[in-house]
Design a protein around this ligand. Structure first.
Ligand code: HEM
Length: 471
């Protein structure tokens, strides 16, 4: 078969399209897809880069020919600095083993038990809120999801120790992301021995969170009876109890990498999905009213439970639509072909960089008419049936699809249902919200909003924080 290079901009002789890309990465990629079609070639400095914006091409890389691709070395190098060889960064047979070991922790039977925690922590957050108060809702969502992941991942309690544990691990991981964003912008990683401010910050942050996570793992080992780790219902005990076919367990180093990965991957994404949801609802009063009507009719003022979720279809549509417009993981990790490959008649050489961006896919007018509009109503069962697979992909796809997908969707729906019953959030006047596309996509500079109570304050409850249950 004759293969050719896909169309695309020539760019600057030295740096290719690096400057245009750097100015606004998601919009640059979206415009490329609009101008050139489903596959676009361009250069980012030395990297020959291929943007895939057609769901059939995406399927080839993530599913059909997935064994011919790996995550790009640049991504693995940058993320690996703080996530080690965890699920997000590992490859090949090792990744497959780790995925098998981690999967039971995310079994629906297990994560169902976290619903109560999610609702109780949301009640707890609202306990301090007052009508008319100004809050940075992006920061609130970040703290909330961080506390939930701390409780469900390593059973740290938000009111007592988790305030320290979650905050110290969280701060370290955020510092690391800031340094990593610098690496991405530069397009290469500075060697560890260079005494730069970023390297110093990274070293300090890694030492901080490693110490905390290693302490938690050590405490679990110390309380084992006859070498048997107790299952206390959290994800960590499941990871520690999980055995591969040869009877092997994860060692402490590997556990540390997996816990850091789940902590990092498991809260900022969900928190951004919720922040964007609040922003979009504040701009779309009709959708907000419809959401309130559904919640009021189904819940009649009580806290939501997992069993309510199937009866809250519009709540789910709101979240899906928010993640369509602002997918928290706006671009997947880069992929690189291990050999020369052919996709849709185009040649993609070994070692090149492949970009798959949910942000671009989700704003293609032929998949989503009126793509810029927030229309939760578009998510009808018929529409979902006719939508090509991988046109909507906030959680990626194939063997590397997000392991926390069901956890995150359950969490986002329960938090939204709990909060939207009690409060309406309005942007502080004069705030211009812009997306900031770093590793995840968040509202740049936070989300200053004013709280308007939907029901009298005395009816709000601060539920007692529940213990995890073992299933
Ligand atoms: C709205 C929330 C979330 C979004 C949008 C999201 C998105 C994604 C995406 C797009 C990927 C694939 C990355 C790629 O292929 O390059 C991924 C992978 C992953 N996510 Fe999530 N995620 C979310 C929540 C979570 C949660 C709650 C957890 C864990 C508690 C989690 C843990 C992971 C892990 C471990 C991977 C790597 C899986 C593997 O490669 O085997 N994520 N996520």
């Amino acid at each position: 078969m004759i293969t050719r290079r896909p169309p695309g901009p020539k760019g600057n002789l030295l740096v290719g399209s690096l400057r245009d890309f750097g100015a606004n990465p998601p919009e640059f990629l979206r415009q490329l897809a609009q101008m050139y079609g489903g596959m676009v070639h361009f250069r980012l400095a030395q990297y020959h880069t291929y943007l895939l914006a057609d769901s059939d091409y995406v399927r080839e890389v993530l599913v059909t020919q997935s064994d011919k691709f790996e995550k790009a070395p640049l991504d693995r190098q940058i993320l690996g600095k703080f996530l080690g060889n965890g699920l997000l960064t590992s490859e090949g047979a090792f990744h497959a083993r780790q995925r098998r070991l981690a999967q039971p922790a995310f079994h629906m039977k297990r994560i169902r038990t976290y619903a109560e925690v999610m609702v109780a922590y949301t009640d707890h957050l609202l306990a301090d809120w007052q009508d008319g108060q100004k809050r940075d809702v992006a920061e609130d969502m970040m703290r909330l999801t961080m506390h939930i992941v701390s409780k469900t991942l390593f059973d740290a309690d938000a009111v007592t120790e988790a305030e320290d544990t979650a905050v110290s691990v969280g701060r370290a991981i955020h510092d690391l992301q800031a340094v990593s964003n610098g690496d991405y912008r530069r397009g290469f990683v500075l060697p560890d021995w260079l005494p730069t401010a970023g390297n110093r910050q990274r070293k300090r942050a890694i030492a901080d969170y490693s110490q905390t996570i290693e302490r938690i793992i050590g405490e679990r080992r110390a309380t084992a009876v006859n070498g048997q780790i107790a299952d206390n219902g959290d994800l960590l005990s499941m990871l520690m109890l999980s055995q591969d076919e040869d009877g092997g367990y994860m060692d402490d180093r590997q556990l540390r990498d997996e816990v850091a990965t789940l902590f990092a991957a498991g809260h900022e994404t969900t928190s951004n999905a919720l922040s964007w949801t609040w922003y979009l609802l504040s701009q779309n009063p009709a959708a907000e009213a419809k959401l309130h009507a559904e919640l009021d009719a189904v819940l009649e003022g009580r806290s939501p439970t997992l069993d309510d979720l199937p009866h809250l279809p519009y709540t789910l549509q709101v979240i899906k639509e928010a993640m369509r417009l602002y997918p928290p993981a706006w671009i997947l990790n880069g992929r690189t072909p291990l050999t020369n490959v052919e996709i849709g008649g185009y040649a993609i050489p070994q070692g090149s960089m492949i970009f798959i961006a949910p942000y671009v896919m989700h704003r293609q007018p032929y998949y989503f008419p009126n793509p810029e509009q927030f229309l939760p109503e578009r998510w009808t069962p018929e529409m979902e049936k006719s939508l090509p697979k991988y046109a909507y992909m906030p959680f990626g796809g194939g063997p590397r699809v997000c392991i926390g997908n069901s956890f995150a969707m359950m969490e986002a729906q329960l938090i939204l249902a709990t909060m939207a019953q009690r409060v309406r959030l309005r942007l502080v006047a004069g705030t211009a919200v812009q997306p900031e596309a770093l590793i995840t996509m968040s509202p740049a500079g936070g989300l200053p909003m004013i709280v308007a109570a939907r029901e009298p304050r005395q009816e709000w409850k601060d539920t007692e924080l529940p213990e995890l249950v073992v299933v």
